[in-house]
Design a protein around this ligand. Sequence first.
Ligand code: SAH
Length: 264
Amino acid sequence: MNVDQPDADACPAGRVVLVGAGPGDPELLTIKAVRAIRAASVLLVDDLVGDRVLRYARRGARIVHVGKRGGCTSTPQAFIERLMVAEAQRGETVVRLKGGDPMLFGRGGEELAALRAHGIDVDVVNGITAGLAAATSIDVPLTHRAQARGVLFVTGHARAGAAEPHWPTIAAVAAHGVTIVIYMGVATIDAVQRGLETGLPPATPVAIVQHATRPEQRSWRTTLADLAATVRRARVGSPAIVVVGDVAAVAEAGAIGTTGYAAA
Ligand code: SAH
């Protein structure tokens, strides 16, 4: 038995639910997510979670923002994990609200493991990931069968100390009809463009969506050759999704033929 674990008889059993809050529009929450938010006594909220999602929290629930609001540095991950464990051990019903989907660039896996290691009862509720929502919000079908046979979700930069994405390899995959959806790519956009240009034509269509599904949503269509310049010119900031591939020009081009945009 784990000695860190509280005596089951001494403490009421709390639990944690890692909940995907979706890209921002509260209408995109799942019914399961809304139920979990309503049931929570404590909510630990990431900075990418829109305030409108919190309207489902019950009155009196404790809401803790653990993201980097107001330019402050973000709460260290280890602290968040300790906090979740402590609250659950005190018998609280904890909801950890994360932008998009908790298991996609959301540290859901790390938190799940940490909670399980402490014997905490934990569940995960999927959310609509930003990459899907961003594409759909501008009518881009990520795997339109005339143009793509798959889709690759990739981060624009790795965590400190880890290898950066190998863009030439990603470009080679994309050249075989795989759409690329880039998260967290704005800060490293020059490297992204340079790397992808090693394996994709300069005219490859690109779409950028900032603040997808939120009232302040903005979007741009460009090409790979003009990607970094567009980001700079339009002052695109985080959070934004970059979609690279022929499908990125689909809605712009109107009806889609079976020969693909590039050939049209
Ligand atoms: N777990 C989240 C991703 C977190 S990583 C998910 O599944 O969506 C953070 C990145 O997600 C941001 O840098 C940005 O690339 C993207 N992102 C999150 N919300 C977004 C939004 N509303 N619009 C555009 N991009 C968003």
